[in-house]
Design a protein around this ligand. Structure first.
Ligand SMILES: *Cc1c(COP(=O)(O)O)cnc(C)c1O
Length: 456
């Protein structure tokens, strides 16, 4: 059975006792984070057979989902139950656009909140509901820079026995993102924090670590939860099976913020997917490309507010998992205790920082040159992939992920391209929805008081 252990398990620190136990997927899913503030990682990565991967060609997405997730969950859930969860999670498609020879855009924007986060959130919500059983209430706390919150909120809306509390930086989300967050309602509370995304993330992390709130039975739906990472391995396997010839390898380009999405690709490679390179462009929060270039890690604090706002992260939470996979250790404050094998990292991963100015230019040229419509996150990805191909002279099969629907960023598209992006079905009527958030300063004292008074 695959068990889950903390990325901090080997640390010896005066202020914190390392968590050295191993837990089941169920426990990792329901608690979200290890008690020592490390992230749960599997103690073994299952390997898929190459012929099973190839056999997914022309099969529905749900087949790929079952193959990938059952490899991790086979000892904890029945295959037939898992299959039902998967079918319920993915009632939408994944458009792949051929841009030029061997070069594709994979659009992960057909879910209810039009971002790739729907893929993970919907499956995680259903896994949590099933694994939780009929016991105590669960309270899901989420810090979001825009898209996580609405995806998680929508995914959990109406789910019995679970409340969701979403914190977002009031001034850093777009008007439509704010609408999506404020209007979910039901068992989902939105809190607009007067601060940055990192402040929201810190409030959530502090609440998790607070023994006086233990009775509230918190869990996390951020990408610190391994239940979010697992579904994010699926579309890489699916895309490979649809697009690659037998024996061919592939480059994936993943516009990155907290690195949860790219981590899905890293795991997929380690499960046997022939990934030649993982390209991870960031916006002006360039701590990771800078680390790969200079072998020294320095987080960016406070994070820089860029157009691709869901990637405004100065210290990616999943960096701890990347370090772990490459033999290193870094904690949530950004302190490096053990360096990863950086030579191996450079061989496997390419990262580059894309400025807002270049992002804008890219939206324009991608449209004029290829007729592809990108929003700011996808444009960071696309430009990063172009730079990778130029720099390494790579012209093989490559897929760039477009992580949100352009209609979520109408102002940029109107300004740059002079056209109004067509809304996907899921977003129609959004401007008319009504709902007000709870307003709060970035103070843990206030947040704690609110939680104590409003959650059970
Ligand atoms: C969250 C998000 C990202 C960043 O994904 P990570 O897993 O945090 O790296 C990129 N694009 C969009 C649209 C997002 O919502």
């Amino acid at each position: 059975m695959i068990l889950y252990q903390s990325t901090n398990r080997n640390l010896v620190l005066p202020e914190r006792k390392a968590f050295r136990e191993k837990v089941s997927f169920r426990e990792a899913l329901l608690t979200g984070q290890a008690p020592d503030e490390g992230l749960f990682v599997p103690d073994r990565i299952p390997v898929l057979s190459y012929s099973d991967i190839l056999a997914l060609k022309n099969k529905p997405y749900t087949d790929a989902a079952l193959l990938v997730t059952y490899a991790y969950l086979c000892d904890e859930i029945d295959r037939s139950v898992l299959e039902k969860i998967i079918i319920d999670s993915y009632p939408f498609g994944i458009p792949m656009e051929l841009v030029s020879e061997k070069l594709y855009i994979m659009r992960l924007d057909q879910g209810p909140t039009a971002s790739f986060k729907d893929f993970a959130a919907r499956m995680m919500a259903r896994l949590m509901s099933w694994f939780k059983g009929g016991e105590k209430r669960l309270n899901v706390l989420v810090a979001t820079s825009g898209d996580t919150g609405s995806a998680v909120g929508e995914a959990f809306r109406g789910v019995e026995g679970i409340n969701v509390c979403i914190l977002y930086p009031g001034n850093e989300v777009s008007g439509r993102q704010k609408k999506q967050l404020d209007t979910i309602g039901d068992n989902v509370i939105a809190i607009s924090v007067n601060g940055k995304f990192d402040d929201c993330q810190n409030l959530v992390k502090e609440a998790f670590a607070d023994p006086e709130l233990a009775h509230l039975n918190f869990t996390s739906a951020n990408s610190i939860n391994f239940g979010r990472i697992l579904p994010q391995m699926i579309y890489y396997v699916y895309a490979y099976a649809q697009l690659a010839d037998e024996g061919e390898d592939i480059v994936f380009c993943v516009p990155s913020g907290n690195f949860g999405n790219a981590l899905g690709c890293e795991y997929a490679r380690r499960m046997g997917l022939p990934v030649r390179k993982l390209v991870m462009p960031t916006n002006e929060n360039d701590e990771f490309p800078d680390f790969l270039a200079r072998s020294r890690y320095k987080k960016i604090s406070p994070s820089r507010a860029c157009l691709s706002n869901a990637m405004n992260v100065g210290h990616p939470s999943n960096l701890a998992r990347f370090f772990e996979l490459y033999g290193g250790t870094v904690d949530r404050k950004g302190i490096v205790y053990r360096m990863p094998d950086i030579g191996e990292m450079r061989r496997r991963i390419f990262s580059v920082s894309i400025s807002d100015e270049v992002t804008r230019k890219c939206i324009k040229t991608a449209y004029e040159k290829y007729g592809i419509l990108l929003e700011p996150h996808g444009a960071v990805g696309w430009r990063g992939l172009e730079l990778f191909r130029e720099k390494e002279g790579d012209s093989g099969l490559a897929v760039c992920l477009e992580t949100a629907h352009p209609a979520k960023f109408p102002d940029e598209i109107i300004e740059l391209l002079g056209m109004v992006p067509v809304m996907p079905e899921s977003m129609k009527g959004i401007d008319e929805r009504r709902g007000v958030p709870v307003e709060m300063d970035a103070s843990y004292k206030d947040f704690k008081k609110y939680l104590e008074e409003n959650l059970e």
